[in-house]
Design a protein around this ligand. Structure first.
Ligand code: MN
Length: 248
């Protein structure tokens, strides 16, 4: 089934009804990466998405949860062969999570090494206040020919965008990024063949309500404006990028 849209970072299991969220992605024909925040959450997501045409599930261990859940890395390793997708993983050096940064780095290194030995994984990576450390670790532990990193809601500098591109990374961008001056500076620095869309639902809000599952239409429209292309063309670009990314 050929998708119409791409949502490469969504927390479908954090919507009130996971089944309904999956159905909504299928109805819109949105190729969706349902990320999970702990390995324990993978099973239910995987089961409910097993009959979905458009939803794929990643096994993840969110950096903000590493302090309490780092022990689940063993389960992460066990589940990894069940999916090509990994996320949400990465580093968060923001004030609330800074104290677990060393532990986060240990976990992320293990994730990257495990992915490198499986060779074809695609990772959705969080890098809040830690863009340099994330890129350093990707460079060191996940060579380009051993896996693909998609940087989700990237907030680094334009120079870091270039560095990430040289490391083979893609970027998933959401409507909130595309509506902020700093986000737009990043988006315009991303080469057109490395850009994907995401909702980051339900965390991205529209008038204080969570963005509907799988709805990247506003992201597409803002992206089309930014790149000075039509919306159909923007959709085509994103679909083509996903196809290339999954073929590599
Ligand atoms: Mn997220």
């Amino acid at each position: 089934m050929i998708p119409e849209y791409v949502d490469f970072h969504a927390h479908l299991d954090l919507y009130p009804d996971l089944q309904e969220a999956i159905r909504s992605c299928d109805k819109q024909k949105t190729a969706t990466l349902a990320v999970t925040t702990t390995p324990l959450a993978f099973k239910r997501n995987h089961e409910l998405a097993s009959s979905s045409k458009f939803v794929r599930v990643g096994v993840g261990l969110h950096p903000q949860l590493v302090e309490e859940r780092y022990g689940e890395i063993e389960l992460f390793e066990k589940l990894l062969p069940q999916t090509r997708y990994v996320g949400e993983v990465g580093l968060d050096a923001g004030p609330r999570f800074y104290r677990s940064l060393d532990l986060q780095k240990q976990v992320f290194e293990r994730v990257l090494r495990l992915c490198a030995s499986s060779k074809d994984k695609v990772l959705s990576v969080h890098s809040v206040r830690a863009t340099k450390a994330v890129l350093d670790m990707v460079e060191k532990h996940l060579p380009q020919d051993k896996g693909t990193v998609v940087l989700h809601w990237f907030t680094g500098s334009v120079a870091e965008v270039r560095r990430a591109v040289a490391l083979g990374c893609y970027f998933s961008v959401n409507e909130q990024m595309l509506s902020s001056p700093n986000g737009l500076k990043i988006v315009t620095a991303i080469p057109t063949d490395r850009i994907l869309t995401e909702t980051d639902g339900p965390f991205v809000l529209r008038k204080e309500a969570p963005i509907p599952a799988g709805d990247v239409r506003r992201a597409i429209s803002l992206m089309a404006n930014t790149l000075a292309i039509g919306e159909l063309q923007a959709r085509h670009v994103v679909r083509r990028n996903l196809k290339t990314l999954l073929q590599d």
